[in-house]
Design a protein around this ligand. Structure first.
Ligand code: 3PG
Length: 389
């Protein structure tokens, strides 16, 4: 199913003040933007709107409490090759006056919406104050489409709301890969808890031909099959779920790849006494910190068929160099294959970016929580709030 919401290409923006919810929620350390990826993804929509005679008011949140968006403005201005006027609030008379003075093609960036608690509370009066600043609402922040906040679902109740190009691209690409993938579809899933990924797993049990389980979640599968996992992180309450997924995969004819070997340590922080053992040889004091090389090698038989890979969640504790190897190996194998590759956002995308491999995959999502929800078969409130085609 193609994207069925109106986009900026379906409306006339000439001379209009357009409120753009965009993704300025980027890592900032000591006032410096550390990763520009979301900003470069925001550029096509901003460029399009400017070229078509709009005045742009950019709105965003930052996840870190109290973090100003001020450091983002010069970085975005450089990417746009155009001035971005930063305002130290997102509502109020000064903001209203600045917006009133805008000329065609001008770009204003408002301060972090979450400085007002009404944003996350989805307060209708706050949404109205924001909506009063513009004529049209454009949502181009895929990363927050799973949130029901004032700037995401409140404003489009008051103004015509359409999607930007990044949201269209994200939803379209992920939906097509889920509904009509080049087969076989291999789904790789990592992360700590099966409880946070169960809807995702269930959604793919009748779509995928193969599932590869990694991350601490795999420990729960190993424990569910009666293996000793030492001091590894295990979600005890997830054991029946892991058993059910294993049974369902068998019933549906889905090849389920759980680790056959693992990298263990006696301290994750120190990465001491690191060794690779088969899954039936984990000692009572050992901690599983990564998937082993033989386990990764096993999925090569699926990759060789050149279908589609959807990858959500690193295979090991990727913050530690000693426990990134399985994810690095898998990334290399996917890149070398002819499979179409879709990377879920969040930790997996950060891992891929930190390896400098972003451009080697068919698509890397900008949104962690949002891509997980979409890949779990759920509706995204931020997308639902926009006008139908
Ligand atoms: C993200 O980074 O995943 C989104 O921008 C959402 O941010 P949040 O988790 O702070 O709502």
């Amino acid at each position: 199913m193609a994207f069925n919401k109106k986009t900026i290409k379906d409306i006339d923006v000439n001379g209009k003040t357009v409120l753009v919810r965009t993704s300025l929620n980027v890592p900032i350390e000591h006032g410096k933007v550390m990763d520009e990826l979301r900003l470069s993804s925001a550029v096509p929509t901003i460029d399009y709107l400017r070229k078509h005679g709009a005045k742009l008011v950019l709105m965003s949140h930052h996840s870190s409490e109290g973090q100003s968006l001020a450091p983002v403005a010069p970085v975005l201005a450089k990417l746009l090759d155009h001035n971005v006027q930063f305002l130290p609030d997102c509502i109020g008379p000064k903001v209203e006056a600045a917006v009133k003075n805008m000329k065609l093609g001008d770009v204003i960036m408002l301060e972090n919406l979450r400085f007002h608690k009404e944003e996350e509370a989805n307060n209708p009066e706050f949404a109205k104050k924001l909506a009063d600043l513009g004529d049209i609402y454009v949502d181009d922040d895929f990363t927050t489409t799973h949130r029901e906040h004032a700037s995401i679902v409140g404003i489009p109740k008051l103004l015509p709301g359409v999607a930007g190009l990044q949201i269209e691209l994200e939803v379209d690409t992920i939906t097509k890969a889920m509904q009509n993938p080049k087969r076989p579809l291999l789904v790789v899933v990592g992360g700590a808890k099966i409880s946070t990924k169960i809807d995702f797993l269930n959604n793919f049990l009748n779509k995928a031909q193969a599932l590869f389980i990694g991350g601490a979640m795999a420990n729960t599968f190993l424990a569910a099959s009666g293996l000793e996992v030492g001091k590894s992180l295990v979600e005890k309450s997830g054991i029946p779920t892991a058993q059910k997924v294993t049974l369902d995969a068998k019933k549906q004819g889905v090849s389920l790849y759980t680790p056959i070997d693992v990298v263990v340590t006696d301290s994750v922080d120190q990465a001491s006494n690191v060794e690779t053992v088969t899954v039936d040889n984990v000692g009572p004091d050992q901690i599983i910190a990564d998937v082993g090389p033989k386990s990764v090698e096993r999925v090569q038989e699926v990759l060789d068929k050149g279908g589609t890979v959807i990858w959500n969640g690193p295979l090991g504790i990727e913050e530690k160099p000693a426990f990134r190897k399985a994810s690095q190996d898998l990334a290399r194998r996917i890149i070398a294959s002819s499979a179409t590759s879709i990377i879920g956002g969040g930790d997996t995308a950060s891992f891929i970016d930190s390896e400098g491999l972003h451009d080697k995959f068919s698509f890397v999502s900008t949104g962690g929580g949002a891509s997980l929800e979409l890949m779990s078969g759920k509706k995204l409130p931020g997308v639902e709030a926009l006008q139908d085609k």
